[in-house]
Design a binder for this molecule. Structure first.
Ligand SMILES: Nc1ncnc2c1ncn2[C@@H]1O[C@H](COP(=O)(O)OP(=O)(O)O)[C@@H](O)[C@H]1O
Ligand SMILES: [Mg+2]
Length: 326
């Protein structure tokens, strides 16, 4: 059994327009993937593709008008979609932890760093306060905060962006999670700090045996830090597989366009940058959502593309999977 199994997840935004007609944005459309314990999965795709929504749907963090319409999420043998809200809350922050972008806004500005770490440990693990404080010091050390004894009493506004992100990662680690979801964890940080934070996350997954989902719009980050990749477009995973497989033989026109848009060292043949705008989720084209922008599209693309296996654990959702010119 895999640590995380997501099957046919659909998330919609349901609202009413000014004429009181129901409007539905099909934001996630049949998202399925699995993640093994200890592995790193990179989710990549343009802004609005549904990466954050996938994470929020898994963790039960959706706010109206977003709603999971169907699908199943199984984590460590538990069906999260059927779990009572209280149990899911207990799981989140303990077994599954999240790190998001803009770390400063995720910290409580009125609470000293150490007290925020202690608070999250107390909320889930309980036990003596002194034990939580010891754990807080250990985790500050683990995330490379220099001089943790003195930094522990700092206020969030006294930290640099990189330090704030390290604190957020320490918070995520406090309860020894099996899965860490890092949603654009380095967006907005200086380039040198970005690399340090990503190296740290990778190191921590190995040290603590955690699995990680890393969400990014940067294919280079996925190439460097992940074992597996899932490429998202318009709420669908269009290609998934081991990173080495997918980079060597990208099978979906969208993946090829992403690779074509990245720096030279990662380029492979057959890709051209896509033109056009992301599709309107309230009015998706039938069949393949990419077809209005895809140079390979033909009439058959108006029907849903099948998921096709093109290599070991390597799947592509395209009518022409495996048949595209290389
Ligand atoms: N309240 C809402 N109503 C309708 N659509 C929304 C709402 N909030 C977000 N969306 C849409 O959901 C899609 C997925 O968003 P998101 O998961 O945040 O994308 P990503 O993280 O890949 O950039 C986006 O196209 C966004 O416009
Ligand atoms: Mg996002």
């Amino acid at each position: 059994m895999s640590l995380l199994e997501v099957e046919n997840l659909r998330t919609h935004f349901i609202s009413r327009d000014i004429d009181n007609q129901i409007r539905v944005a099909e934001a996630l459309n049949d998202v399925s993937f699995t993640l093994e314990a200890g592995k790193v999965l990179g989710f990549v795709g343009e802004t609005g593709a549904g990466k954050s929504l996938t994470a929020q749907s898994i963790c039960g963090l959706l706010r109206p008008p977003a709603k999971v319409i169907c699908g199943r999420v199984t984590f460590d043998g538990h069906d999260l979609t059927a779990m009572p809200a209280d149990d899911l809350n207990a799981l989140r922050g303990a077994e599954i932890a999240m790190v998001v972008q803009n770390p400063r806004t995720s910290l409580d500005p009125l609470t000293r760093i150490v007290d925020q770490l202690v608070r999250i440990h107390q909320a889930h693990a309980g036990g003596p306060l002194a034990a939580s404080r010891t754990r807080a010091m250990e985790m500050m050390e683990a995330v490379g905060i220099p001089d943790p004894k003195n930094r522990a009493n700092a206020w969030p506004h006294e930290l640099s962006g990189g330090m704030a992100q390290r604190v957020l990662i320490a918070m995520a680690l406090m309860n020894n999670p099996k899965l860490l979801i890092a949603d654009e964890p380095t967006t907005g940080l200086d380039v040198t700090v970005q690399a340090q934070i990503l190296d740290l996350l990778k190191h921590l997954t190995e040290r603590f045996g955690m699995a990680m989902i890393i969400i990014t719009h940067d294919l280079g980050i996925v190439a460097h830090y992940s074992d597996e990749i899932a490429v998202m477009f318009a709420g669908t995973i269009v290609e998934a597989g081991p990173v080495s497989e997918v980079f060597e033989a990208p099978g979906h026109p969208y993946t090829r366009s992403l690779i074509a848009a990245t720096p030279e060292r990662l380029k492979v043949g057959g890709g051209a940058k896509l033109g056009g705008q992301p599709p309107d989720l309230y009015n998706l084209p039938s069949g393949c959502a990419l077809r209005t922008r895809c140079v390979f599209a033909s009439d058959v693309c108006a029907t849903p593309p099948p998921r096709t296996r093109v290599g070991p654990d390597h799947d592509v959702n395209c009518h022409f999977a495996g048949d595209l010119p290389s």
